[in-house]
Design a protein around this ligand. Structure first.
Ligand code: ZN
Length: 127
């Protein structure tokens, strides 16, 4: 029989300004983006019919990530705020809070502007 896994995702957006360091091109100048963030977690289905209440997923991401990044100058938070570095930071910031509610973070998708997306997946997760 196939073993099924549950993945829960929620979308978020935030706006922030940055400039890329040691880069020759338009992005070395101060500018802003709307970032789209999709957080995917995985965990066991519980007796209440949920893996995790989406309201808790939302709260964890807002408290640990969005409050620190939304409408901020990202160079105050990161030495060099590329999409990859921001996505990696988000992944690490969310690991522990989701473990505390018996879930694990599976994927972070971060889209900068309209067209550029970075995905980080926890490939080692296996059950
Ligand atoms: Zn940029």
């Amino acid at each position: 029989m196939n073993k099924l896994s549950f993945y829960l995702s929620r979308n978020f957006t935030f706006d922030a300004a940055h400039r890329i360091i040691d880069y020759s091109g338009k992005c070395e100048n101060l500018h802003g983006h709307t970032y789209k963030l999709t957080v995917t977690i995985t965990g066991k289905l519980k007796s209440d019919g949920m893996v995790l209440d989406f309201a808790i997923l939302k709260q964890i991401v807002e408290e640990n990530v969005l409050e620190r990044l939304d409408h901020k100058y990202l160079n105050d938070v990161f030495e060099n705020p590329t999409t990859e570095i921001i996505a990696h930071w988000i992944f690490e910031k969310l690991q522990k809070p989701f473990e505390e509610v018996n879930c694990s973070i599976y994927e972070v998708d971060l889209t900068e502007g309209v067209n550029n997306k970075v995905s980080i997946k926890n490939e080692r997760r296996s059950e």
